[in-house]
Design a protein around this ligand. Structure first.
Ligand code: M6R
Length: 611
């Protein structure tokens, strides 16, 4: 997804912009560019592809100046190309803009501007913004931007420069994140904090409709009516080192290995010190009376976060006995969901910036529902707009493929389920304590799975030459199968499908042929026999079956499959937090065996901020 960085000060502007953009690479992008006000005026260099291509272009002709903006683009309007890359300028080359988000009415605006004589060179919505600001300019950039954005519909985080006022950098936000970094004699903008963290830890987090005017000496904040506003400076105390690979070959592998720590952090302060109870009342705004009034829960999210929601459904239904529906966020709004004031809507989002999830959440709030967010990014749009937040505290997740964020979302669901069950009295105290004991044992159990990574590497390597495979399971095993399948597709590009094991014979069995790999999850004790008979069905048609089961059952399961991997024994409801780990490792090693870019898979972005 697109990234923005901007700088004004006496430092090495070009270098600061490029370094900032590199810190945003993890978001995914297909082109990059910078604009700097130099002795020659506003100069722009941009390039399709990696930042290295841009650096190459700049090698002979660096852009020297003390104010600039930079951008990594992930194509939405128009293909990835030099000309569609940001920054964009107007016809006079006096105004330059970087933009994250989408201007929904850009075609109408473009037509109006063309009628006024503007000539466009790109297919983008962003170019319209630079022309619009130029059109509105009458000697004051801030006012021109204020007037321009009033014509725009959609989402935007903008960084704007003009050669008429080269001592100024203007930033504005609406529905797309933007932060302002405060330095000494220098100031910064960034779509994400890592872009500027090397230079400052003091930031303003802009809200929708906030505008910032940066000079060398300071930052002034306004609303879109031009009224000065005050904001608290947020001090960022997390370290960039935590966002680096720490000796692992890839961020994804590092993040898989960070899961025991992430589990502990998610539980910290939420499970009592004696390990007997879970209480979220200190951090949740919702009180016990509200909890008792909940008639149903909707869980809404995208991709991997949605898969966490599928497990969350089963956790809440089994522990708190509240009916739960799960939806992918991009569908939720359009199916006219029945949302009542006693519907609790839970949105799950690692980044907290996923456009579909945000839109679904706003729809739910418009309909009077209370929204609880499970997110990894405190300060994200989702976290700020939700009525209640459970932060997962998994630490920054850089790899596009989500691992520790997913599994810590599961931990958050367990905590929530236990909290609700205690308030509603749906489970005996002893049973809750038993589940909490299981929960607190998970970090060590994950460690023991990670120690067997080499076994999973071999499994992955042998599967990597296949073009298609299947994941099967029943109950929560099916939910985990879906996540395993997404992870494999996402980074190894091997086609795979996840099926409820009992569903195979209703069509999918036709695809089972000699030697096709099937990964079977067999962790739900009550469903063992049923799943084993489904395994027999695929074995009979020539499939090669690799099963994940619980310790103590390997021998039994081995009779029906080709290979078995045993995860430590835990309660059935908790198995997803263990069973997903071997699947993550298989995906990682398959991608590695095939020589793919594990952390930045093709066509994908870390944070999907367009609908
Ligand atoms: O930031 P979010 O959790 O809202 O992102 C949702 C999905 O885009 C995300 O989980 C995606 O499916 C992952 N890349 C999968 O690994």
């Amino acid at each position: 997804m697109c990234g923005i960085v901007g700088y004004i000060g006496n430092g090495e502007t070009q270098q600061i912009l490029l370094e900032g953009l590199k810190k945003l690479e993890y978001r995914g992008y297909d082109s990059a560019g910078i604009a700097v006000f130099t002795e020659q005026g506003l100069e722009v260099t941009k390039s399709k592809g990696r930042i290295a291509n841009l650096e190459e272009k700049l090698e002979g002709t660096p852009l020297l100046g003390s104010v600039g903006i930079g951008h990594t683009r992930w194509a939405t309007h128009g293909k990835p190309s030099d000309v569609n890359s940001h920054p964009h300028t107007d016809n006079s080359h006096q105004f330059s803009v970087v933009h994250n988000g989408i201007i929904e009415n850009y075609l109408d605006l473009k037509e109006e501007l063309i009628a006024k004589g503007h000539v466009f060179v790109s297919e983008t919505d962003t170019e319209v913004v630079s022309h619009l600001i130029a059109e509105e300019y009458d000697g004051n950039l801030v006012e021109a931007v204020q007037r321009a954005v009033k014509h725009m519909r959609g989402a935007y985080a903008l960084g704007v420069l003009t050669s008429h006022e080269p001592d100024k950098l203007v930033a504005v936000r609406y529905a797309s994140p933007l932060v302002i970094g405060i330095g000494e004699g220098e100031n910064f903008i960034g779509s994400d904090i890592p872009a500027i963290l090397e230079y400052t830890r003091n930031v303003y987090i802009l809200d929708d409709g906030d505008m910032a005017v940066l000079t060398h000496d300071g930052v002034e904040l306004f609303n879109l009516e031009g009224k000065s506003i005050a904001k608290d400076i947020v001090h960022i105390d997390w370290d960039l080192v935590t966002a680096e690979k720490a000796g692992f070959d890839h961020f994804m592998l590092k993040e898989i290995y960070e899961q025991p720590k992430a589990y502990r952090e998610t539980m910290l302060g939420r499970v009592s010190e004696d390990g007997k109870s879970v209480d979220l009342s200190k951090e949740l705004e919702m009180n016990d009376e509200y909890i008792r009034s909940i008639s149903k829960v909707h869980i809404v999210a995208c991709g991997t976060a949605y898969h966490a929601g599928l497990v969350g459904k089963s956790v809440i239904e089994s522990l708190a006995r509240i009916p739960v529906e799960t939806d992918v966020a991009s569908e939720y709004r359009y199916r006219s969901p029945i949302i009542t004031p006693d519907t609790l809507v839970i949105v799950v989002s690692q980044s907290g910036e996923t456009a579909d999830t945000l839109a679904a959440m706003r729809e739910a709030q418009r309909n009077g529902a209370r929204v609880l967010a499970i997110t990894n990014v405190v300060g994200s749009s989702v976290a700020r707009e939700a009525n209640d937040v459970i932060a997962t505290w998994a630490g920054p997740e850089i790899a596009v493929a989500s691992t520790k964020a997913y599994s810590s979302q599961l931990i958050a669901f367990y905590l929530l389920g236990l909290h609700l069950a205690r308030v509603l009295g749906t489970k005996e105290e002893a049973e809750l304590t038993h589940i909490i004991e299981g929960l607190t044992a998970l970090p060590e159990q994950v460690e023991s799975i990670l120690e067997q990574a080499s076994v999973l590497k071999q499994v992955a390597e042998s599967m990597s030459h296949h073009t298609s495979l299947f994941f099967i399971g029943r109950g929560v095993d099916y939910a985990v199968a879906q996540e395993g399948s997404l992870k494999l597709k996402e980074i190894s590009y091997i086609h795979s499908e996840a099926y409820a094991a009992g569903e195979l014979k209703h069509g999918t069995l036709a695809l089972i042929e000699d030697d096709i790999p099937v990964i079977a999850l067999v962790t739900q004790e009550g469903l063992f026999e049923k799943t084993l008979s489904n395994i027999t069905e695929v074995k009979a048609r020539g499939a090669h079956v690799f099963a994940v089961t619980n310790q103590g059952f390997e021998a039994e399961v081995a009779k029906s499959v080709d290979e078995v991997f045993a995860i430590p024994k835990t309660l059935p409801v908790l198995t997803p937090a263990l069973a997903v780990v071997p699947l993550q490792l298989i995906s990682y090693y398959a991608s590695l065996a095939l020589g793919h870019d594990v952390d930045k898979p093709r066509n994908l972005a870390k944070s999907v901020t367009v609908e």
